[in-house]
Design a protein around this ligand. Structure first.
Ligand code: SAH
Length: 493
């Protein structure tokens, strides 16, 4: 328990790129600069400037002046509409920035107008397009269903001519009955947004998750039957780098309740949908299966960890190539970011001309609680044996010696490709690997040694060393990379 507590305390609560990471909003300074904000600021006994978070007018004014002061944005929302906190919402933008710039899938140009996002349910506040466009020059389609959201979002864009060209607001017609989900649903309440402090983001993924199955006992059989979300809203031929969503988290306003410590506003249309967030995000997943690579990354916020687990298991069932999660720490509470993709993972093509590394390693982080180093060791063994390679496992040293013939290597590459990634790229990969070894005569064997080291609970280090008399250059790193993907897929959340 103590270590868990420590881990939590050590977690950064704000993304390092967030404008407020180093400099949280200074209420006293802002009050001195903006007379309209001044009446909302008071000083507690320790002399610290504060605002009353239960006062909607105070929170709205804070958001207004933060957007103005730090982002040069003119902004307003009608009374009672959901009022976003700028530092929190910026964290989600920066997490997407990280996803786009990572090499998990082939990179896109993440700066400038080339990046195109889709904000599902942009709301009256239109916060994500405004932040994404002003911080990073991204362009957006922001969708919504209610007239008040659509009108207010349009107003917010028109008030900012410097970025208005980058943002299109799209009305979702709610006439269709798009019910198709067969998924069970649990409509327990999500977390109410806390505005008690400048909250943030951690780079870590969510807590270890159980096996990809969900608890039937908590899953009532409910599905989303609201207006379309992506399918039917995205137009033929359109392509996006990502979609994002702060979904209506709740099934009923009673579920939403009101956090007595905050006043974020929020109308039933913003807070509630049939089936709550679980059903809403399940529908996004179903749409993503249809739309596949129309989006490079699909993402959503998730309010409840139980729902996160359910959604991850659903993603595994539908065969996405990648799932990423993050935790957004908000005061005393957490929300999660969930991202997935159908784009084949980026692969480093091994050139036969490049001298082969004899020693390779990778870290397996986020190994789910129920798995131990022994499970991983056995999985490595079966990974190679099932392709015909010979394996000598030493359970006390946590090592395996592997001898694989060229055909075995090709079988490994082929098999793994079918499991995890798109065929086109894998075939190319396989050809690269085969070509690199085709000049060689028999005996065609790749001999190497894999060791498993437990670093800390949930983190394993894998080391691979190529045998001196290896005669299949160019295959070791391909095979080792496949092993990494296989283990990640099986053991990590
Ligand atoms: N993005 C804003 C608002 C989130 S509230 C923010 O982060 O503060 C959720 C929004 O989703 C509401 O504005 C609601 O009208 C909208 N919404 C609900 N169902 C939708 C659908 N099917 N398509 C698009 N928007 C939808």
């Amino acid at each position: 328990m103590a270590s868990k507590k420590r881990r939590r305390e050590e977690r950064p609560t704000i993304h390092p790129k967030n404008k407020y990471a180093e400099n949280p909003p200074d209420f006293a300074l802002l009050a001195s600069l903006y007379p309209s904000f001044e009446p909302f600021v008071f000083y507690s006994r320790d002399g610290r400037p504060r605002i009353n978070w239960t006062d909607f007018n105070a929170t709205r004014e804070l958001t207004r002046i933060l957007l103005l002061h730090d982002h040069g944005l003119n902004w307003w929302i009608p009374d009672g509409q959901l009022c976003p906190t700028v530092p929190n919402r910026s964290n989600y933008i920066h997490w997407i920035e990280d996803l786009l710039s990572s090499d998990i899938i082939p990179k896109s140009d993440i700066r400038g107008s080339n990046v195109r996002g889709f904000d599902i349910g942009t709301g009256a506040n239109c916060i994500y397009p405004l932040l994404g466009a002003s911080l990073l020059g991204w362009s957006f389609v922001g969708s919504d269903v209610t007239d008040v959201a659509l009108e207010s979002a349009e107003k917010n864009i028109k008030s900012n001519p410097q970025i208005s060209e980058l943002i299109e607001i799209r009305k979702v017609e709610s006439c269709h009955n798009t019910s198709s989900s067969k998924e069970p649903h649990n409509g327990e309440p999500a977390l109410v947004e806390s505005k008690l402090d400048v909250s943030g983001h951690t780079d870590e993924e969510a807590e270890p998750l159980p096996l990809p199955s969900y608890d039937q006992s908590t899953a009532a059989n409910k599905s989303y039957h609201g207006p379309p979300i992506l399918s039917g809203v995205v137009r033929d031929g359109e392509k996006f780098d990502f979609c994002m969503c702060n979904p209506p988290f709740f099934e009923t306003m009673e579920d939403a309740g009101l956090n007595p410590k905050t006043s974020c506003g929020g109308t039933p249309e913003e807070m509630v949908c049939p089936g709550g967030e679980r059903a809403f995000i399940s529908r996004i997943i179903e749409d993503s299966v249809e739309l596949k690579q129309t989006f490079r990354w699909y993402t959503s916020m998730v309010g409840r960890k139980l729902n996160l687990k359910f959604l991850i298991s659903k993603l595994r069932e539908v065969g996405v190539t990648i799932v990423k999660t993050t935790e957004f720490v908000q005061g005393q509470t957490s929300r999660w970011g969930l991202a997935w993709s159908f784009v084949p993972p980026a692969r480093k093509i091994v050139s036969p001309h490049v001298a082969e590394k004899k020693n390779l390693s990778f870290m397996l982080e986020g190994v789910q609680r129920q798995f131990s180093a022994v499970d991983v060791l056995h999985s490595i063994e079966s990974f190679f044996c099932s392709s015909g390679a010979s394996c000598k496992l030493n359970a006390s040293l946590f090592t395996i010696d592997i001898t694989a013939l060229k055909d075995h290597c090709n079988a490994i590459l082929k098999k793994n490709v079918v499991n995890h990634v798109d065929e086109a790229s894998s075939i190319q990969h396989l050809q690269e690997a085969s070509n690199s070894s085709s000049c060689l005569d028999t005996p065609n064997s790749l001999r190497f040694h894999v060791s498993v080291f437990q670093q800390i609970p949930g983190t394993l280090l894998m080391k691979g060393s190529l045998h001196r008399d290896n005669v299949l250059p160019g295959l070791f790193s391909s095979i080792f990379q496949q092993l990494e993907e296989d283990l990640r897929y099986k053991f990590c959340r």
